[in-house]
Write a protein that binds this ligand. Sequence first.
Ligand SMILES: Nc1ncnc2c1ncn2[C@@H]1O[C@H](COP(=O)(O)OP(=O)(O)OP(=O)(O)O)[C@@H](O)[C@H]1O
Ligand SMILES: Nc1ncnc2c1ncn2[C@@H]1O[C@H](COP(=O)(O)OP(=O)(O)OP(=O)(O)O)[C@@H](O)[C@H]1O
Lengths: 219, 219
Amino acid sequence: MSKFMVIGLGNFGSQILRTLFEQGHEVVGVDLDREKVENAGEFSTRSVVADAEDNDFLEIVGALGMDAVVVSMGDHVSQSIITTLLLREIGVGHIIAKANSASHGRALGKVGAHKVVYPEKEIAVKLARQLTNPSMIDYLDLADDHVMAELLPPLEFTGKSLAELDLRREYNVLVVAVRESIPEKFVLLPPAEYVVKDSDTLIMLGKSADIAQLEKMRE
Amino acid sequence: MSKFMVIGLGNFGSQILRTLFEQGHEVVGVDLDREKVENAGEFSTRSVVADAEDNDFLEIVGALGMDAVVVSMGDHVSQSIITTLLLREIGVGHIIAKANSASHGRALGKVGAHKVVYPEKEIAVKLARQLTNPSMIDYLDLADDHVMAELLPPLEFTGKSLAELDLRREYNVLVVAVRESIPEKFVLLPPAEYVVKDSDTLIMLGKSADIAQLEKMRE
Ligand SMILES: Nc1ncnc2c1ncn2[C@@H]1O[C@H](COP(=O)(O)OP(=O)(O)OP(=O)(O)O)[C@@H](O)[C@H]1O
Ligand SMILES: Nc1ncnc2c1ncn2[C@@H]1O[C@H](COP(=O)(O)OP(=O)(O)OP(=O)(O)O)[C@@H](O)[C@H]1O
């Protein structure tokens, strides 16, 4: 069991507090707003009304003893920067800060955040990709321009086996799994003779441009 | 090129507006707040100050002609529900609505949202998983309790080949790729004689519990 502190109990802050609490960890919530602190009482070990920019407070409440501290005050840019700075100065070893813009994120990194997250941007980029390409069910950016994508197969794939389609040679992508929907079943590394149905989705790995090529075939 | 409308220009709304605009699509931003509308002018085709709960307005501004409309008013629960209802009543074919709680999301579904997104919750769950398990770099939930995870390999894997480790038989997981960090290189479906280095990360597929087993080995 680990110990976490979350400073700033907006939408994101209270979600991370609740998720860690429900996983059985010790979590402390901090906010200036009394009502938010009272609401957080149900999904935290302890919740405290305080100003996180008060240096003495961070030491008293035991920020140093936490496995990680999350600073979630995206719209309160100066407060989040000062709080991150103070946490780093007292020696907190793992600080995660939420940013609402790229410049805010860079400043948080400079003053000591170990990790910066951009929740709205991350989901906006994913949603934009799904809106502009309906065959893309879900994806994850990997490294070196590779993506893992779950796609509806192009219509001309239906009724053909993976061996016939020879996706590695033809399109430079790798089918690592198939999700069948009737009944819902997940087939890891399907055999070459697997025949694609139009109700299947294909989980593929490949370079972003190669995957995009396949997405366009269905339009 | 497609046409999108985004109603509610908070953090998430303005991010999705900007992302779609930068991808070259026609985007219309709507908000009650004049300052937010003026700021959005730079990253939208058109931005309009208006009350989205005004039925006539939605028809005049052409919501019906959009490929999709995003309703992003998570904290304004009643406004987002009424706006979603009105959009559906005038016949908009693809409505995506942001929710800040599960009950808000269910109500949006009932009044006609085609898709409900929970940006804060989705990233909070991912961050909580990374915080409580430092060997987990990134992951994506697939179907039927399967996950795709990028993990730091357990220390005892270092110096062993994938054939020796025999991960499919021993742990019921599949290594679909390896990310080398020095130099950064991505190896799709590594050969059986690939020897794991401690600076590599392994991209694996498997059941959530089987992947979790591997994560724990590194603690
Ligand atoms: N100095 C401070 N000390 C403690 N809490 C603070 C301080 N300044 C602001 N807060 C709190 O931080 C919380 C979150 O602020 P903010 O709205 O900036 O976050 P956000 O990241 O935009 O929110 P969301 O997660 O809802 O998108 C608010 O509840 C506010 O009361
Ligand atoms: N009836 C309405 N018509 C148009 N815009 C509205 C209406 N009601 C609220 N808004 C706008 O919706 C925007 C977003 O509202 P809200 O804060 O509820 O969203 P949120 O999802 O919590 O925000 P964020 O994306 O920042 O987390 C605000 O800018 C507000 O002015």
